[in-house]
Write a protein of this length. Structure first.
Length: 74
């Protein structure tokens, strides 16, 4: 079964400030704000060509939908 639809999937966003720190549960608002901030950092440093997304045959329909919305900005 795909991880995104399994019963033991992640239900809350988790963040860590560095690789040597444990993950901590955060609100969806904080997680999305962090994602936007990091994407903007890459865009300002490398331009739009600095951002890419890898897809695989293991994605399910819901994963593709979310990835497309993220990358198209809609």
């Amino acid at each position: 079964m795909a991880e995104s639809i399994g019963k033991d999937r992640l239900l809350h966003p988790l963040l860590r400030d560095s690789l040597d720190q444990p993950f901590r549960q955060v609100s969806w608002e904080e997680a999305i704000d962090r994602l936007v901030s990091e994407i903007n950092k890459v865009r300002s440093s490398y331009g739009a060509d600095g951002i890419c997304m890898y897809g695989s045959g293991q994605f399910v329909t819901e994963d593709y939908y979310v990835a497309q919305k993220l990358m198209k900005g809609r």
